[in-house]
Design a protein around this ligand. Structure first.
Ligand code: CP
Ligand code: NVA
Length: 306
């Protein structure tokens, strides 16, 4: 049984297997060949933060593959004191073939895994968002035809999404640059774990927009204040203002560059409408791919070999 709490739970070979499974399922579905390999399987989602993409992509994924989904808020599941976490984890996993958790503290995901008798997938914690990063590299592979040496530049906060992208790029030996104001880098502990496990990682962190954007193939951004950081919104808005992804900033990258965002976007803050809706943007292909990646991930995880 495999849990996916961070991308360190996967090997580079696992990642390529998941991508290939997702690609095949996407192609088959488009051709009207509806694979129902997860009939009778049950996916339970327990979320402590709002979600559009993660919730619906997993619900659609298990549904398309013939299984069913149940969704609970963390409060309704009893995680706000009605029952102990170990009791909830043991009960829910007894009814489920896999569980997707969305939490504040990453430790909640780790604690849940200690007690769960079925695989647990992190559907976003304060520190990591592995399913998003898997989708993003799957999308880059699809758009560019392969994963070679595309220069991915994340302009913004060294948050859960940036950390997961840095890990995945490190695992796949792809260059990853985070460009942010001082003090908003990826946490040292995550960088240390990455360099320990993948010493060949091509990770750069800089405050210099011109240097970061030179030759960039992909510009990526995310919200400046993540869920749970609402109190810091004003302070972050001031710090990140020079890092807004707008037409002037995009002009510093390669003319062929693509724009990505995990969504939801705060239009007019980290990104302008002209970029979100412009010719470089692949954000809605990226968003749709959350479902195709979720199908690949569930099919891979539940095929019995893991
Ligand atoms: N990108 C993403 O995880 O979106 P949701 O918060 O809507 O799930
Ligand atoms: N960094 C964002 C991602 C949302 C999908 C957050 O945690 O709110």
């Amino acid at each position: 049984m495999r849990h996916i709490t961070t991308l360190f739970d996967l090997t580079p070979a696992d990642v390529m297997d998941i991508f290939e499974t997702a690609e095949q399922l996407k192609e088959k579905h488009a051709a009207g060949d509806f694979v129902r390999s997860l009939e009778n399987r049950v996916l339970t989602l327990i979320f402590d933060k709002p979600s559009l993409r993660t919730r619906l992509s997993f619900e659609a994924a298990i549904g398309q593959l013939g299984g069913s989904a149940s969704f609970f808020t963390a409060k309704d599941a009893g995680l706000y004191g009605r029952e102990s976490l170990p009791d909830v984890a043991r009960v829910v996993s007894g009814y489920s073939d896999a569980i997707v958790l969305r939490t504040f503290s990453h430790k909640t995901v780790e604690d849940f895994c200690q007690w769960s008798t079925c695989p647990v997938i992190n559907g976003l914690s304060d520190d990591f968002h592995p399913c998003q990063a898997l989708t993003d590299l799957f999308t880059i592979r699809e758009v560019f035809g392969a994963l070679t040496d595309e220069k991915l530049v994340f302009i913004g906060d060294g948050n859960n999404v940036a950390a997961s992208l840095a890990i995945l790029c490190g695992m796949l030996e792809l260059p990853f640059t985070l460009c942010c104001p001082a003090g908003y880098e990826i946490p040292d502990a995550t960088v240390a774990s990455l360099l320990d496990r993948y010493p060949e990682s091509k990770l750069t962190q800089t405050n210099d927009l011109d240097a970061a954007l030179a030759d960039a193939d992909i510009i990526y951004t995310d919200v400046w204040a993540s869920m749970g950081q609402e109190d810091e919104a004003d302070e972050r808005k001031a710090a990140f203002a020079p890092y807004q992804v707008n037409a002037q900033l995009l002009a510093k990258a390669k003319p062929s560059c693509r724009f990505m965002h995990d969504l939801p976007a705060r239009r007019g803050l980290e990104v302008t409408d002209e970029v979100m809706d412009g010719p470089h943007s692949i954000v809605f292909q990226q968003a749709e791919n959350r479902m195709h990646l979720a199908k690949g991930l569930l099919a891979w995880l539940l095929k019995g070999e893991h």
